[in-house]
Design a protein around this ligand. Structure first.
Ligand code: DGL
Length: 264
């Protein structure tokens, strides 16, 4: 049996990454774990995020995955630098691919980063960007209300526009020409963010970049599959109904096979 790509996130948002993985790697089996019992991670402490992340990785390893893709920006920025070297399986986070793409895209060397409180406080994107080019100025801002808006299905409402205007003001003022959407949920708010920032700003969707990196690693290691009927399995740590109900918005199609598991 072929080995699957393992993906995990704090909840449902990581399905934006699964969507890209399916687009770029249509013949791969995918096992997804969403920690819906403990979401959101974006307001939790470093120790807690690290502990949850290790448990999630151990669950995916039991499914015998060949690579783990950390779809969650919060986990990628807080836990990965500490834990990834402790596992033998390749673990890919969203920070480096997003940062690299933004450095490539910016012309005026001003990059905005938006994410959860924990992601922004970690300064992970900032360190990655300035390590690539020390002349780039990074302006970061946490947009805590974006996650609940997206989960409520409020994508184009006036209220979202007003909140986005307020959050993005420092980025607008500092004249960034590139913004990293540093949270699983933010690609769904691209329209509103574009409207606030104006058409000249490039939005970097870390989901696209991380899928690219996964493809490169699998190809480099000779692990690409050409399964004509690839399997997709979805596991959650709380009742599947909430996850299934939101899945279509993030994945583009609905899913039925969602299984509740206990990590302890
Ligand atoms: N998945 C998280 C992220 O990308 C957002 C939701 C949460 O706070 O857990 O940072």
């Amino acid at each position: 049996m072929s080995k699957a790509i393992g993906v995990f996130d704090s909840g449902v948002g990581g399905l934006t990454v699964v969507r890209e993985l399916i687009r770029q790697l249509p013949n791969e089996d995918i096992v997804y774990f969403g920690d819906t019992a403990r979401v959101p991670y974006g307001i939790k402490s470093k120790d807690t995020i690290i502990r949850f992340s290790i448990e999630n990785i151990l669950f995916l390893l039991k499914q015998e995955v060949k690579l783990i893709c950390v779809a969650c920006n919060t986990v990628s920025s807080i836990a990965l630098p500490v834990i990834s070297s402790h596992f033998r399986v390749p673990i890919v986070g969203v920070i480096s691919p997003g940062a690299r793409e933004a450095v490539y895209a910016t012309k005026n060397k001003r990059i905005g980063v938006i994410g959860t409180k924990a992601t922004i406080a970690s300064r992970a994107y900032e360190s990655e960007i300035t390590a690539l080019d020390a002349n780039i100025k990074v302006i970061s801002c946490a947009c805590a209300l974006f996650v609940p808006f997206v989960e409520e299905g409020w994508i184009n409402e006036r209220a979202v526009f007003d909140v986005a205007k307020r959050y993005l003001e420092p980025l607008k003022k500092s004249g960034v020409d590139t913004i990293i959407l540093g949270c699983t949920h933010y690609p769904l708010l691209k329209g509103v963010i574009k409207k606030v920032m104006g058409g000249g700003v490039t939005l970097i969707d870390s989901a696209k970049q991380v899928a690219c990196e996964v493809k490169q690693i699998l190809s480099r290691d000779g692990l690409l599959e050409s399964n004509p009927r690839p399997l997709k399995a979805f596991y959650v740590s709380d009742g599947p109904a909430w996850f299934s109900g939101l899945a279509k918005r993030f994945l583009g199609h609905s899913i039925k096979n969602v299984t509740k598991v206990s990590l302890t």
